[in-house]
Structures are given as C-alpha cells and as structure tokens.
Design a protein around this ligand. Structure first.
Ligand SMILES: Nc1ncnc2c1ncn2[C@@H]1O[C@H](COP(=O)(O)OP(=O)(O)OP(=O)(O)O)[C@@H](O)[C@H]1O
Ligand SMILES: O=C(O)c1ccc[n+]([C@@H]2O[C@H](COP(=O)([O-])O)[C@@H](O)[C@H]2O)c1
Length: 189
C-alpha cells in the first residue's frame, strides 16, 4: 500500500485490512512515499517520522509490514521504481498496488504509466463520498474496493493537532504518542 502516511490513520488501516481479506493477500506492505511529487507542493514531515509512525501503527497485525524502499531511494518517488524494487525482492509474488481511488484516478499522469500495469494489479480504495462511477480507469488492470466509511484524512489529523484538538481514535494510540513526543504538526508559537 503506497501513501505519504503523514500521519498514517485508521482509514489507511481499515482499507489495507479490507483489501487483504478481499484478495486473500499473504501480506500487505506499507510503503511510505519518499518525495511525493503530486502532493501540491506541501512540505511533508521527515521520511523517518512517517516511516516510524507506520511501523508503530502496523506492528500488531502479523499480515502488515513496512518497506523503506521509497524513503531510501534518492530523488522523487515513482511507483514504477517501487514496483521494480519489490519485484526484485519478491520475484515469485503477484504484486498488488493499493492506494486511494482518488490518487489512482491520476495514474495516467504518473511516471511511465504504460509500464505500471505490467508490474502489478492496482487496487483503488474509496474514501467516503467518492463517486465510483466517475472513474475512467482501465478495466482489467484496476479494481476498486469500497471500504467501510471512515471520514478520516491525514490533512484533518494535522489540522486537529495544530489546533490543539485530539486525534485519539482517528490514529492508533502509539501514533498519538509519537506525534506528541516528536511535536509533529504543532502550530508555530
Ligand atoms: N479514510 C480513508 N478511506 C479510504 N482511503 C483513504 C482514506 N484516507 C486516505 N485514503 C487513501 O490512502 C492513500 C494514501 O493516503 P495518504 O497518505 O495520501 O493519506 P491522506 O489521508 O489522503 O493524506 P492527505 O490528507 O495528506 O492528502 C490516498 O490515496 C488516499 O486516497
Ligand atoms: O509514480 C508516480 O508518478 C506517482 C505519482 C503520484 C502518486 N504516486 C503514488 O501513489 C500513492 C499515493 O500517493 P499520495 O500522494 O496520495 O499519498 C503513493 O504510493 C505515491 O508514491 C505515484
């Protein structure tokens, strides 16, 4: 599952669990993005913080793990490189790439889009309010999965922390504690 995970929240975890069960996947590997080039120019938190929050959030699920592939690669993150790296690491695996359906809708604008569909099957998870019928994704290489409605976004979590509001139960407990310990997302004094 690819994402910026700034921070990882229960929407991501429910989506990963749903896709794991639906496709009977052996493992879901969370791959925090190194340098996301389509995040609208917003500065993202340090890769190491996003990686560690993802490790904390997934630790209790034996089918979840986290890869450093994207954060350890130099330069901008392209999914074509992610999938090549994972393909080398797991040569016998059938790879599925999970991300939000809204992100996946832009896939034709991604780097080397033509090659992507030869490397993995793509699964787009829908966030609440997302209109499935509005997509123009190539059928056959892409599946859409509706996940139980969780109106959580990382943007909202960051805004709540900056405003001094709680994020308990929106993100795993360990992630609440990590955010506090590292003073992430706090408003400037
Ligand atoms: N509550 C949710 N339900 C289903 N999918 C989600 C949910 N939240 C995020 N996603 C999807 O997970 C993918 C990776 O998430 P990402 O790290 O970009 O989180 P985000 O909450 O969308 O972040 P931001 O608010 O900073 O844009 C995205 O493509 C996004 O659409
Ligand atoms: O390969 C690309 O060009 C590309 C462009 C935009 C997004 N992605 C990937 O899509 C996933 C979701 O991205 P985001 O920005 O919604 O967190 C994440 O794994 C990104 O690396 C990939």
């Amino acid at each position: 599952m690819g994402g910026t995970f700034d921070p990882v929240h229960h929407g991501h975890l429910v989506a990963a669990s749903e896709v794991q069960a639906r496709f009977e996947l052996d493992e879901v590997i969370f791959v925090p993005t190194g340098v996301p080039w389509q995040k609208g120019g917003r500065e993202v938190s340090a890769a190491e913080d996003r990686y560690l929050m993802t490790v904390v959030a997934t630790a209790s699920n034996p089918r979840f793990s986290v890869s450093r592939a994207d954060i350890d690669r130099e330069g901008v993150t392209y999914t074509v490189d992610t999938l090549r790296d994972l393909g080398t690491r797991y040569p016998d695996a059938d790879l599925f790439f999970i991300t939000g359906a809204d992100a996946l809708e832009q896939i034709l604008s991604w780097h080397r889009a033509d090659e992507l569909f030869t490397l993995a099957h793509f699964v787009g998870v829908t966030r609440p309010g997302y209109d499935l019928a509005a997509t123009h994704l190539p059928s056959g290489s892409v599946s859409l999965v509706e996940v139980p409605a969780l109106a959580i976004s990382s943007t909202d979590c960051r805004a709540r922390v900056a405003a001094g509001q709680p994020v308990w139960y929106l993100v795993p407990d360990g992630v609440v504690q990590y955010i506090s310990k590292r003073r992430l997302y706090a408003a400037e004094d």
